[in-house]
Design a protein around this ligand. Structure first.
Ligand code: IPM
Ligand code: MN
Length: 351
């Protein structure tokens, strides 16, 4: 019997509540599909930082490298200045573990949760492959004459050929594996960002040559936002840089029913990957048992797929789909018609 080791980082705010539900589903699905797992819990996050000043100790980082999968709740604490935990923990993990893909499926499970008029399940089913280790997120730049009227702030986007190539290639491979519309769209801004997206565009069409049965398409980021609302059915796989990927996946989350259902994977295909609901720590809902755990449960499904338990992953996704279609009154916190724990139970019952 397979035995997987999983690092669990419940994190801040509602993170622990949603991770608990995910772990409940994991326990149920593991006995159903006959695999074993061990979890190791890490108390990284705002609480630990406020108590000890530690964000991500070197020794913990080294331990995490020993896992294939990390299951993450949320990072962000209103008591800590914005950026400290996000950069020191979430982004540092993505960078240090070289999780160069941020995979964000945008799937509508039931049309009643879609804010777009006349769009249904068949129209919203695509995946964003967001580059996750470069771009504007590198922290390159600085201030000059800070705090004076002569102040200048520079923030530069780093795009390496290797970084772009591996991301674009992943997107094409993913489109093959998905086997749906067989189309990869590069989302960029070649009309203005004529260095960064020149590299992206050249690399994109070069890699595309290796995938003759996949269509290679291009859309500017502003137009991508427009099409995501007007004709989301045009998309199959979208590949883009870190910043654009961050922005368009929040839009993606909204058209699939909101942050309560949106999940993502930070993937290093040859190393340690990390799966998370993308909604953040939602501090105002903490401890109230009102947060929607389905995004965390969808992240679990993605993790199972990555671990090689494709059937278990599909079973979890099917159960979520059923609960969303047949039970939930809303996907938003406090309006679900059930508590956080009850939603977790429903997913277990429908497995
Ligand atoms: C996300 C988040 C993070 C990001 C923040 C919290 C640093 O918005 O995962 O999309 O910008 O990547
Ligand atoms: Mn984001």
């Amino acid at each position: 019997m397979k035995n997987y080791k999983i690092a669990v980082l419940p994190g801040d705010g509602t993170g622990p509540e949603v991770i608990n539900e995910g772990l409940k589903v994991l326990a149920a699905v593991s006995s159903k599909f006959s695999f074993k797992y061990e979890t190791v819990n890490y108390d990284l996050g705002g609480e630990r930082y406020l108590k000890t000043g530690e964000i991500l100790p070197e020794s913990v980082l080294e331990e995490l490298r020993g896992f294939k999968s990390i299951y993450l709740g949320a990072i962000g604490d209103p008591r800590v200045k914005p950026g400290i935990l996000e950069k020191g923990l979430l982004l540092r993990l993505r960078f240090e573990l070289d999780q160069y893909i941020n995979l964000r499926p945008v799937v509508l499970y039931d049309k009643k949760y879609c804010p777009l008029k006349d769009k249904s399940e068949k129209d919203i089913d695509f995946t964003v492959v967001r580059e996750n280790t470069e771009g504007l997120y590198c922290g390159a730049g600085g201030f000059s004459r800070k705090g004076t009227e002569d102040e200048v702030a520079i923030q530069e986007s780093i795009n390496s050929y290797k970084g772009v190539e591996r991301c674009v290639r992943y997107a094409f491979e993913y489109a093959c594996k998905r086997n749906k519309n067989k189309c990869v769209t590069l989302c960029g801004k070649t009309n203005v960002l004529t260095y960064a997206f020149d590299l992206w565009e050249r690399t994109f069409y070069k890699v595309a040559k290796d995938y003759s049965d996949i269509k290679a398409d291009y859309a500017h980021v502003d137009a991508t936002c427009m099409w995501m609302v007007k004709n989301p059915e045009w998309f199959d796989v979208i590949v883009t840089d870190n910043m654009f990927g961050d922005i368009i996946t929040d839009l993606g989350a909204m058209i699939q029913g909101g942050m309560g259902i949106a999940a993502g994977g930070n993937i290093n295909p040859a190393g340690t990957s990390m799966f998370e609901p993308i909604g953040g720590s939602a501090p105002k809902y903490t401890g109230k048992s009102v947060i929607n755990p389905l995004a965390a449960i969808c992240a679990l499904s993605m993790m199972l797929d990555y671990m090689g338990e494709a059937k278990a992953a599909a079973a979890v996704e099917d159960s979520v789909k059923k609960v969303v279609k047949e039970k939930m009154q809303s996907l938003s916190a406090g309006k679900m018609g059930y508590s956080t724990q009850e939603v977790g139970d429903l997913v277990v019952e429908n497995l």
